[in-house]
Design a protein around this ligand. Structure first.
Ligand SMILES: Cc1cc2nc3c(=O)[nH]c(=O)nc-3n(C[C@H](O)[C@H](O)[C@H](O)COP(=O)(O)OP(=O)(O)OC[C@H]3O[C@@H](n4cnc5c(N)ncnc54)[C@H](O)[C@@H]3O)c2cc1C
Length: 458
């Protein structure tokens, strides 16, 4: 952005306008994935809706593309782009909980840690992600798979209303009564339609949970996967469990002589009465002999932040994802061929069950196009050193190649890599055609293109 335009924009906004040459520029252009190194024309750290409107109008006037950043966790780094104006919502963290109505309105720069902190004080929660530093914005707009989704649905199933700044700088509210087509599209269509400045969610009573990780030997992984596959469809809805591969970090609950060994793990979250946890977890705990476990009572936000330390900002990230059905013997064989070769302690594969309350919502009620899947699987390569890039990217690609023939064609848009854009139609699944129509109505010039992009002209 030319100096004069940036100076003018400073007069219009209360937040920060950070252009090249500003000492804050290198920090402001960073996103969570350390592999992303882009140089935007300007980063606008908006202080409120008025700033978002001013930033969008300035970008349009200057002919700049716009990248929108909520929590900045997008693995392809969609929250920043070369030569673009970045609408960064990091300063917009206001949250208002209405305990009587059991709703919360949160601004677009909140993380799940911010959100859970505010709602936990009232003994309430909504479905969020499994790491607290992820933004509510990108996660909700793409789906929102987490510990509460069997009991409370996806994050987007809890969305009641959204305030949005559109591509022409106008402001609208989208909910079931106002702009219902936009409201439908926001729930699964990602960041394609505008800047969501605030989200209103439904809340559910929840204070403490019983949860944490349980580690099993790799040789037992096929039995664990079979038990997981069988039980997670019929378990009480208050139970969620994620299957994972995990190199053991040097933590006290793991026998010292097993630190650094590779395990398969189940991470549990039981939200029902604590005295019923034992019984609810038994079919998973009994799948094989656990080598180590740290399952116990804790506040829900404690489980949500339990893995934050393992995933600090700045790691290198390369992920691939697929939705799928049953964990068949063939698919388990593909997992066994690659999962135990997980190269570093941060890298993992997660298999997230999609059922329970997620299946209560009609498949076409929102734009989340894979509601009928049984699992969302992500092969998440995450490692500290750029020197390890080749080995880790190869692990992710080889692993994905092995599971792809046993999986659906599309993957969850929030779990994909930047080189997955040729799968966009499959990723949006049954919703793709309607999403493209709504994109053409609300963003005909494709101003919001740094996402799993729905080109209005396809
Ligand atoms: C460590 C880690 C853990 C994760 N765990 C989970 C999980 O448990 N469950 C799950 O479902 N996903 C998970 N994800 C994936 C996550 O959902 C996506 O990375 C998501 O895009 C992050 O949202 P964000 O706001 O942090 O990202 P950003 O990079 O800020 O944005 C992501 C996309 O959303 C758009 N966007 C952001 N804010 C807005 C806004 N206010 N209005 C309009 N568009 C916007 C951006 O333009 C971009 O296209 C995880 C990711 C990471 C890195």
């Amino acid at each position: 952005m030319a100096g004069k335009a940036a100076t003018e924009l400073r007069g219009w906004v209360r937040g920060d306008v950070i252009a090249p040459g500003d000492e804050r520029y290198d920090e402001a252009r960073k996103v969570y994935n350390g592999m992303i190194d882009r140089r935007p024309a300007v980063v606008v750290r908006c202080a409120g809706v008025a700033d978002v409107i001013a930033a969008v109008k300035a970008a349009r006037a200057e002919g700049l593309n716009i990248a929108v950043r909520g929590g900045g966790h997008s693995v392809p780094g969609f929250g920043t782009a070369d030569d673009a104006l970045v609408v960064d919502l990091v300063r917009m963290k206001g949250i208002r909980v209405d305990p009587a109505a059991r709703t919360a309105r949160a601004e677009g720069g909140c993380t799940w840690g911010d959100y859970n902190h505010a709602t936990h004080a009232f003994g309430l929660a909504s479905t969020g992600g499994v790491v607290s530093t992820t933004g509510i914005a990108g996660l909700t707009l793409g789906g929102g798979i987490g510990y509460l989704c069997r009991s409370a649905g996806l994050s987007l199933d809890n969305l009641l209303s959204a305030d949005v700044v559109l591509a022409d700088g106008s402001f609208v509210t989208a909910n079931k009564d106002a702009n219902p087509d936009l409201f439908w599209a926001l729930r699964g269509g990602g960041g394609n339609f505008g800047v969501v400045t605030s989200f209103e969610y439904r809340l559910h009573p929840l204070k403490n949970i019983v949860g944490g990780p349980m580690f099993f030997d790799v040789e037992d992984a096929p039995d664990v996967m079979r038990a997981f596959n069988d039980y997670m469809t019929k378990a009480p809805r208050e139970l969620y469990a994620v299957f994972a591969w995990q190199i053991a970090p040097p933590l006290p609950f793991i026998p010292e002589d097993r630190h650094g060994d590779t395990f398969c793990a189940l991470v549990m979250c039981w939200t029902g009465p604590s005295d019923e946890a034992e019984k609810a977890l038994a079919p998973l705990r009994g799948a094989a002999d656990p080598v180590a476990e740290l399952v116990g009572p804790m506040p829900y936000p404690a489980l949500n932040s339990a893995f934050d330390g393992l995933y600090p900002p700045g790691l290198q990230h390369y992920w691939k994802a697929a939705f799928g059905g049953e964990l068949t013997d063939e698919l388990i064989g593909a997992h066994m061929a690659h999962g135990p070769k997980v190269p570093v302690v941060q890298s993992t594969t997660h298999i997230y069950p999609i059922n329970g309350a997620v299946h209560d919502v009609a498949p076409d009620a929102t734009a989340f196009g894979h509601r009928d899947a049984k699992y969302a699987t992500v092969i998440a390569g995450m490692w500290p050193e750029p020197a390890q890039n080749d080995a880790n990217i190869k692990w992710v690609r080889d692993y994905f190649k092995a599971i792809a023939p046993h999986s659906d064609e599309g993957g969850y848009i929030n779990f994909l890599a930047g080189d997955d854009m040729d799968r966009v139609r499959a990723n949006y699944g049954r919703s793709y055609d309607r999403l493209v129509e709504i994109k053409a109505k609300y963003d005909p010039d494709n101003v919001f293109r740094f996402n799993q992009n729905l080109s209005p002209r396809t």
